[in-house]
Design a protein around this ligand. Structure first.
Ligand SMILES: [Zn+2]
Length: 187
């Protein structure tokens, strides 16, 4: 009876001839380190073209502010528990899900308290972002003026829930009530 082979036979990277004993995640140490550091197994030389792309810069900044404690924005992202969807720690996965960036586009999260993950991220142009209702839109109700995010927080509603209601033009007195779910009063 053969013992289960706990180490992969070799590095899964095509054309890798390394036979390092330190195989992690089906990659040799060299490729794993590169993947971990740069989000790609491309060599520094090959990365040169890649790192100059806007997508790469956006991706890199996103990973940094969520994972690097020393990043100056960390407290607003990683420090608040905002994570990057694991497969997206690899640049190639990120770009295949997100596609190419539109001119002057930035990555935007639909739920500002949500993670960087598929379904919660889209490319938006800065102009669209600054005009975006959810950033600037102040809702006045019962003598209180707050942004959608503040209202959601105050009501204990999910931001995306409240945002969806506002987008669907629900009347404010209905939108700003926790007990309404999917348009049906449950309490
Ligand atoms: Zn390798």
């Amino acid at each position: 009876m053969s013992r289960k082979n706990i180490y992969p036979k070799g590095c899964s990277v095509k054309h890798c001839d390394t036979t390092s004993l330190h195989l992690i995640k089906e990659m040799c140490q060299k490729h794993y380190t590169r993947m971990h550091r740069n989000g790609t197994i491309k060599t520094e030389r090959h990365m040169h073209g890649l790192t100059n792309t806007p997508e790469y810069r956006v991706w890199s900044a996103m990973v940094q502010r969520c994972t690097n404690h020393k990043n100056k924005w960390y407290s607003y992202y990683g420090g608040r528990g905002i994570k990057v969807y694991k497969p997206w720690l690899i640049f190639d996965n990120f770009i295949s899900d997100m596609g190419k960036r539109p001119l002057h586009g930035t990555i935007d999260r639909i739920d500002n308290n949500g993670n960087y993950e598929p379904g919660n991220c889209s490319w938006v142009t800065q102009k669209a972002q600054s005009n975006n209702t959810r950033r600037n839109h102040v809702l006045s109700h019962m003598g209180r003026r707050m942004t959608i995010a503040q209202w959601a927080n105050d009501l204990g509603l999910k931001y995306s829930t409240l945002y969806g209601r506002i987008n669907k033009n629900w009347p404010l007195d209905k939108a700003l009530r926790k007990e309404y779910y999917h348009g049906t009063k449950v309490v």
